[in-house]
Design a protein around this ligand. Structure first.
Ligand code: COA
Length: 381
């Protein structure tokens, strides 16, 4: 059975203080319906990826909340998997289609974070960490700083190489009208930004963001539609202290093996990827764990501009601007990645269009790597 993307849409990402989460969700869902040419009555289920509404606003019951906005009583499901909530919602939607129960479903990812203080949001995000990490007062910048230090110790990765990830992704975001940050930055600016958790500085971090994204998936053949040809999930310990090492993420490695096997492809077949760069080090880990580079080799490739739009090599990474430049409304990110690649594979990405590409990959991570979700997309023939 084949899975087609019938329609997709993303809202602006950023500090959207005048827009509620429901307004963002409705905008993404309505735009995806318009893009598909379908009506709400054509949908058989709604999957909603959201991490923080329960903690920040007290609103847990996300499925029917958004079904009601569609004026529909269709079956609705709230999927939570930390920052991978969006990717997990897509995975669950695909499983429902593959089971044969539904033929056409909507997947919405939505998050509203900027109405709350950074302290409160940091604490809420730590719901994705382990109890002992929370008890120790850890934050996500702190946990990823440990991963960065380990990678630096093992492979000699430098802070300037990490900075190059943010420089690339801000450049890509400068070309994306929906991105939170539209200004390019330099390595020196990253290096001069203050430490949040040594060695990670402000400009190594993704921001706190609002935004929504939606896709409509169907098993009904649409000749001009992008296909999703692989969807995989793997888990690892919540607690960093329980991991075999801190210079790679096992869940990404396992999900990658499963996804490439489902698709019958190898990393070299992928021309464009949206990977989970919640911190600069996270993109380096992703590039190695997904098999695009051998361990210790990704940082130099980013620093040499090999993965930047317009480079002569075969792989562009995070053309949307990634989490760093485009923003990271956590429940929406995994779905925004799929919307971005749908446009890239259809050739409708405007000034940030990659060279004609047949296959793209999305990689969405929850917590410090306890959940990894990978999708592989194929352009229409
Ligand atoms: N990158 C670039 N600029 C940023 C930024 C970021 N990540 N975060 C904030 N800024 C900018 C703001 O736009 C603002 O600029 P302005 O003064 O020109 O308006 C300025 O820095 C101060 O913003 P503020 O909101 O006060 O920052 P903060 O110190 O409260 O928060 C971080 C900064 C890094 C702590 C916060 O962005 C953060 O926690 N990021 C990580 C989010 C996270 O962990 N996500 C989950 C990943 S697993």
């Amino acid at each position: 059975m084949k899975i087609y993307i019938a329609g997709s849409a993303v809202t602006k990402f950023g500090e959207l203080w005048d827009t509620s989460s429901q307004e963002l969700g409705l905008e993404a869902m309505s735009s995806a319906l318009r893009d598909s040419g379908l009506k709400t009555t054509n949908l058989q289920a709604l999957f909603v990826g959201n991490m923080l509404s329960g903690i920040l606003s007290g609103q847990e019951h996300q499925g029917p909340l958004y079904a009601e906005l569609l004026n529909s009583s269709l079956p609705s499901f709230h999927i939570e998997g930390a920052c991978a909530s969006g990717g997990l919602a897509v995975h669950n939607a695909i499983n429902s289609l593959l089971s044969g129960r539904y033929q056409t479903v909507m997947v919405l990812g939505v998050e509203k974070m900027t109405d709350y203080s950074s302290e409160l949001v940091s604490q809420a995000l730590m719901a994705a960490g382990s109890e002992s990490e929370r008890d120790a007062g850890a934050t996500f910048p702190g946990l990823y700083a440990l991963l960065a230090r380990s990678h630096m110790a093992k492979f000699g990765t430098t802070e300037r190489e990490l900075a190059a990830v943010s420089v690339k992704n801000h450049y890509h975001a400068s070309l994306n009208p929906n991105a939170q940050f539209r200004h390019p930055i330099s390595i020196d600016q990253v290096m001069a930004s203050g430490y949040v958790a040594d060695p990670l500085k402000l400009l190594d971090c993704s921001p706190i963001s609002d935004g929504a994204a939606a896709v409509i998936l169907t098993t009904k053949r649409i000749p001009s539609a992008t296909e999703i040809i692989a969807s995989s999930v793997a888990s690892d310990s919540l607690d960093l202290a329980s991991r075999a090492n801190l210079y790679s993420l096992k869940a990404t490695q396992l999900a990658a093996v499963a996804a490439f096997s489902q698709a019958g492809l190898k990393p070299k077949d992928i021309s464009v990827a949206e990977v989970h760069d919640c911190f600069s080090i996270a993109e380096i880990l992703a590039l190695e764990d997904l098999g695009f580079f051998s361990p210790g080799k990704a940082a130099a490739a980013v620093a040499n501009n090999q993965l930047t739009l317009g480079s002569s090599t075969n792989l562009v990474v995070n053309p949307s601007g990634g989490l760093k430049g485009c923003g990271h409304p956590v429940g929406a990110t995994g779905i925004k990645q799929i919307v971005e690649l749908n446009h890239q594979l259809k050739g409708s990405s405007g000034t940030r269009q990659v060279k004609p590409a047949r296959y793209g990959l999305t990689h969405n991570v929850g917590g410090s790597g306890a959940t990894a979700v990978i999708h592989i997309l194929k352009a229409h023939d």
